[in-house]
Ligand binder design. Sequence first.
Ligand SMILES: NC(=O)C1=CN([C@@H]2O[C@H](COP(=O)(O)OP(=O)(O)OC[C@H]3O[C@@H](n4cnc5c(N)ncnc54)[C@H](O)[C@@H]3O)[C@@H](O)[C@H]2O)C=CC1
Ligand SMILES: O=C(O)C(=O)COP(=O)(O)O
Length: 390
Amino acid sequence: MFTIKTLNKIDERGLALFDRRYEINGEGEEDAILVRSAKMHDYVMPKSLLAIGRAGAGVNNIPVDQCAEKGVVVFNTPGANANAVKELVIAGILLSSRNIVGGIQWAQTLKGQEDVAKQVESGKGAFTGPEIEGKVLGVIGLGAIGVLVANAAASLGMEVYGYDPFISVDAAWGLSRAVHKAPSMEEVLAKADYVTVHVPLMEGTRKMINKESLGSMKDGVRILNFSRDALVDDEAMEEATASGKVSYYVTDFPNEKTIGMQNVIAIPHLGASTPESEVNCAIMAAQELKNYLEHGSIKNSVNYPDCEAGPCCSNHRVTLHHRNVPNMVSQIASVFAKHNINIEDMINKSRKDWAYTVLDVENDLNEEIVGELEAIEGVVRVRLIEECGR
Ligand SMILES: NC(=O)C1=CN([C@@H]2O[C@H](COP(=O)(O)OP(=O)(O)OC[C@H]3O[C@@H](n4cnc5c(N)ncnc54)[C@H](O)[C@@H]3O)[C@@H](O)[C@H]2O)C=CC1
Ligand SMILES: O=C(O)C(=O)COP(=O)(O)O
């Protein structure tokens, strides 16, 4: 029996994938966690915890590196909510152009008055805004969301420039030929009437929109941030929106500072809040956790390598999380050799500092063997997968 704990509301259609071998939010300590945006940096992780499934894209709410040190695999659901975000970004581009929010707020003030239609006609001139066709959109980050935004904006007649120094082959294949490839972020920022940012929040991207980058943009630029608030230096943005350098800042991540700033359109983190995305993310995250808990297979992890182990082909499966350093596989194999255990199948995969080894073996494994494997320097977790056996 596995115990799954949910830290946010997770769509029922994902939870329904966990059969009677699973208990959701039961009494016992959790084997796995399903989470959306709940902050986990101060979460006390029990020893039983094997995996965290982020039903969504951004993992800055999870201490991913600390999890790797403990042999806890963190998964996310790439692309599962990208269409929802794309649609809201397109809405955001229009909101930042046509003063729709200001117009609606003003129209509300006419409630209870006479001659509403007449006042509408005489007052509407205050809310004029430009069309987006023919305007330049700069897309920073061409991953699951950035590609969809770039393609959709191009199909609406915008001239789109994209920048992503680490673009994946799949993303590049998915990009419309109408989207121009920009060699540098500076080039995109200098050209753009609208800038939209679709990168993960990491040390290298924190405050990437700052005084200097804002200074290199056109006067009156419109900026959209549907990624994370800390990608933008709020002080610099406050100055830029007050001076008119930035005519609108659309953010899906309002905070204490930006909520009070002028020319900010604050959306309460609705990017992925569609039934379709919630279902997609919940199903993908549940499948990832099940495949890992039941077979030890890893797909879409952000801290361990992908490893499709398939069903166990022998009597027992043992998995090891360890540092990606020389001599690990031979040390692991020597423990089995010493106990005269035949390894029937073995996979070893690595990703940056971490590696993952799966071994299918014939003989029973006792605590002594597990202890010897755990004692190898660099091994952070040894796991016997229970439901093995021909
Ligand atoms: N508003 C919302 O509800 C949602 C927000 N998000 C946010 O959007 C971000 C992006 O999501 P996805 O497109 O699904 O992720 P993704 O991982 O598919 O794409 C991110 C892209 O950013 C690129 N990148 C990284 N550093 C860069 C840099 N310095 N300059 C330019 N490009 C860089 C990567 O190469 C990658 O192609 C997430 O990390 C999350 O923070 C994601 C989903 C929903
Ligand atoms: O997937 C992401 O990165 C998001 O920001 C969506 O967050 P949510 O699942 O709506 O809390």
